[in-house]
Write a protein that binds this ligand. Sequence first.
Ligand code: GAF
Length: 381
Amino acid sequence: MGDIQEKFSKKFSGYPKVYRSPARINIIGEHVDYLGGLVLPAAIQFSTDLAMLPNSSNRYRIYSVHYDSLVEVETLSKQSDQKWANYILGVIDELKKEGYIFGGFDLVVDGNIPQGSGLSSSASLEVGVCFAISDCFKLGIPREKIAVIGQRAENNFVGTKCGIMDQFIISVGKQDMCILLDTETLSYSYTQLDMEGYEFYLVNSHVKHSLETSAYNQRRAECESAFRKLQTHFKNAKNLYSINQNEINFLDFQFTAEEHKRLKHVFGEKDRTREIIKAFSEKRMVDAAGILSRTHDSLSQLFEVSCEEIDFLQSTLLSLGVLGARMIGGGFGGCILVLDSINNRNSIEENVKKKYYEKYKIETEFYSFTISDGVNSVNKI
Ligand code: GAF
C-alpha cells in the first residue's frame, strides 16, 4: 500500500487516505441480477487501490496509473473521452443527484484486477470511489447504498445497463463468505461453503470481444420485452424471475426466437440455483460442479453471451477431467470459473495452455483466489 501513496505523491501533494476495493466471482445466478433473480457471488482478493485527498477546491483531479492518464474536471456536463474516468465521474454525478455535498479531491487509482477478465474491475472502481468519497467527506453512506450508487453510475453515466450484483458484493463482501442476494429486495445472507477436498480457480481466456456493452444491453432489453408480454397474463408478477415457468404456455405469448431462448436460460438458472444450494449443503460437490457446467451451456446456447474461445477452453477443461467449469460475468470473453478436486490442476494446466495456444495463439492464465472482504480503507494516517 505504501506503493500507491508514493504514486500519489508523484502527482499531487499531501497525505491521502488509501482504500482497497476487491474484484468478484459469481458461483451461480448469471444474467438474472437485472431480473430480480438470486445470485451467489463472493469478493476476491484482486483489487482496485485508491489514494484520495480532498483538495479544498471544486476540482476533481484523477490519475490512472494503468492508463498513465490525468483527468481534471470541475463540472460534470458530459462524459470524458478517457473511458476509465467515466466510472469515477458517474459516481460523483450520482452522489450529487442524491444531494450529497462534498468538495474536490485528488485521486490516484491503481490495482491488479485483470482488465476485461469478467472479474468486474469497473464495479470495483465505482464502489471504491464511492466508499472513498463517503469516508473522506464523512458522508456516512451505508454499504448497500454505495452499491446502488455504483450501479446507477454505470447505468446512467457509462451506459451499461448492468444489474446490482457486482457492486453489491464488492460493497458488502466478507472474508471466506459468499452472499446469497435477492436482487429484487436486496436482502442477503452470508454463507460459507465447505470446500474440503475441492477448490475453485479461474482461467483467463485473455479475450474480450468488443460487442460486450451493446450485446449486454440487448440481452437485458430482450428479457424485459418478454416480461412485458408475460405481464399481460401474470398481472401481479413483480419481475420475470418470480414467474413460475410451469404456468406459462409459451405459444400464447408470441415470443421472438431470441426472447424464448433468453427465458429458457433465466428459468433454467433459477432451477440450477436451487439445485446447487442443495448440493453444496449436502456436500455433493461433483453434482454442484456439474450444475456449473450446465449453466455454461445455457449461457452459451440460450443466452448467447459466450464466444468461441471461451467455449473451447471450457470444453477442453472438461475433456481433461475437471469436474465443472463455466464462463462468469457479462460474457464475450474473460474468465472461466472451475470447480474441481484439489490437486488435479497441476496435471492439466500445461495441457490446457498448450491446446489453447495451438488453436488461438493466445496465452491463458490460471489464477488461485481467496475470498476477501468488501471495500475498505487500508490505513489511518
Ligand atoms: C456483469 C454485470 F455487471 C452484472 O450486473 C451481471 O449482470 C453479470 O454481468 C452477469 O450475471 O458482470
